[in-house]
Design a protein around this ligand. Structure first.
Ligand code: AMP
Length: 464
């Protein structure tokens, strides 16, 4: 996961403050590192670093770090190698003075194959990042292959497989590029003079631009002095191996996106409310109180409460300064992280039959700890209600799920999981229930639940 932004000001005003604010609104998509590249009609300058947006950009890094075109990125923490080299945006400059910068969200599935082909042509790589590959592919086709930038992007789209929602900056133009499956979100908006492209709509809201649309599947949108030009993919089904339908990542609705975002045409908050309502309609236990695992499950639990009439309470108080517990490589650190993160309110739980709502179960770390915590706080019964189906398969498109063996849902059946988590009962939303709640065009990638990937995945996740 990551967040990207792109900005273009038709009046040639500086967009640096809007770039910083937009990235800050997407901080939840990545807290590891961030960066911005800006162009002023000629030169592309960039600044990036490890840390949160406000740490890397407490102020303008240099007096001349300004421009009317920008691309920016927040990076999700991963266990990758050299962190600075893999930080985005990536930039290429040539002796001819052509500068390009690109930020992307999503993982590619044929990285090694494409990289080997580029290396044969003499292209050098600094790191092992997917966005660097995308940029260098486009740059090589454009600068060495001699085709237009749009044609270079089309060639990249025909070769590169997987998920990418990207923004590309030249000296004086911005491009928004989305993979043919439209796996990760990407939208754009305008105020008339300021155009903003972003992973999530709150980055548009903060810049006071109105949402126009999503960048379509396989579409390239060009923002330049002549305005906004949309280039739908001429042959999107062929680059999807004949599939007529896209495959939007359902996990954006379940967990990743902010509730105030509009993702794949639907307000995430409303989708989560509908998920909770589905869980309430399928309830067969007597429940006294519904409690979310904050914050990602708040709207789900609220939807449950409204549908069922069961009282909603914030029974678990979250410490917001713990950071990501999910990513720690060792289990002991993950366990400790859960304890540091949540504290129960005894008065909410004492003697009650509790529906404890979480958006997903990955390894089972969080809910095993919380079930015990809630019981120790006096709950009479703990019923776990989950806003997504059983996570059984790894994601190859950018959601940081561990390898399949680490997923509790790939090792145990539901009764086994319930016993492992020491709960009184456990219910997941069904695949169809989730699809219905997510609404939109109904075309989602649900491979983490079903194992049905939009296209065959040959290269292995761990090998990059
Ligand atoms: P686990 O404790 O391993 O079962 O992970 C489940 C918890 O982590 C849930 O509370 C989710 O909100 C959260 N979660 C699910 N997927 C991710 C992800 N890709 N990155 C970070 N957190 C996640």
């Amino acid at each position: 996961m990551c967040g990207v932004i792109g900005l273009f000001h038709a009046g040639e005003e500086d967009v640096f403050p809007d770039a910083v604010n937009g990235l800050f609104q997407m901080q939840h998509r990545g807290q590891d590192a961030c960066g911005i590249a800006l162009a002023d009609g000629r030169i592309v300058r960039h600044h990036k670093g490890i840390g949160h947006v406000r740490e890397v950009f407490p102020s303008r890094p240099l007096p001349d770090f300004s421009g009317f075109v920008a691309t920016g990125h927040v990076r999700y923490p991963t266990q990758g190698d050299n962190r600075v080299r893999n930080t985005q945006p990536h930039v290429v400059s040539t002796l001819r003075g052509t500068n390009l910068a690109l930020s992307s969200n999503g993982d590619l599935t044929n990285y090694h194959t494409v990289r080997a082909r580029l290396e044969e042509k003499g292209v050098d790589f600094l790191g092992t990042n997917d966005a660097e590959l995308i940029l260098k592919f486009i740059a090589w086709e454009h600068l060495e292959g001699g085709c237009s930038l749009l044609e270079a992007i089309r060639r990249m789209q025909r070769e590169v497989r997987g998920a990418y929602s990207a923004t590309l900056v030249t000296g004086d133009a911005l491009y928004a590029i989305r993979d043919p499956w439209a796996l990760r979100p990407l939208c754009f908006g305008t105020s008339g003079v300021l155009h903003v492209v972003a992973s999530e709509t709150p980055a548009l809201d903060i810049a006071r631009v109105d949402l126009v649309d999503e960048v379509g599947a396989g579409e390239v949108v060009h923002f330049g002095r002549e305005g906004i030009t949309r280039h739908p993919h001429p042959d999107v089904a062929s680059v999807r191996h004949g599939s007529p339908v896209p495959a939007h990542c359902i996990f954006e609705h379940v967990y990743f996106s902010r509730p105030d975002s509009i993702a794949f045409g639907e307000r995430v908050y409303d989708v989560r409310r509908r998920i909770g309502a589905w869980l309430a309609r399928h309830e067969d236990e007597a429940i006294d109180v519904v409690v979310p695992v904050p914050d990602s499950s708040n709207a789900i639990a609220l939807g449950y409460a409204h549908e069922s009439g069961v009282p909603f309470e914030f029974g678990l108080i979250r410490n917001h300064y713990v950071g990501r517990t999910f990513i720690h490589p060792d289990q002991a650190r993950r366990d400790d992280g859960v304890k540091q993160k949540f504290n129960p309110l005894r008065s909410v739980f004492k003697g009650r039959r509790v529906a404890l709502v979480d958006d997903s179960i990955v390894r089972g770390t969080t809910l095993r700890k919380l079930t015990r915590m809630v019981r120790a706080a006096g709950a009479a019964e703990v019923h776990l209600r989950i806003g997504s189906p059983v996570t059984r398969h790894s994601c190859f498109y950018g959601v940081d799920t561990p390898d399949a063996e680490a997923l509790i849902g790939s090792r145990m059946d539901e009764a086994g999981i319930c016993a492992h988590l020491t709960a009184d009962s456990l219910r997941y939303i069904s695949v169809e229930g989730l699809r219905e709640a997510a609404a939109g065009d109904g075309h989602f990638c649900m491979a983490c639940f079903t194992g049905e990937y939009p296209e065959p995945v040959r290269e292995q996740k761990a090998s990059k």
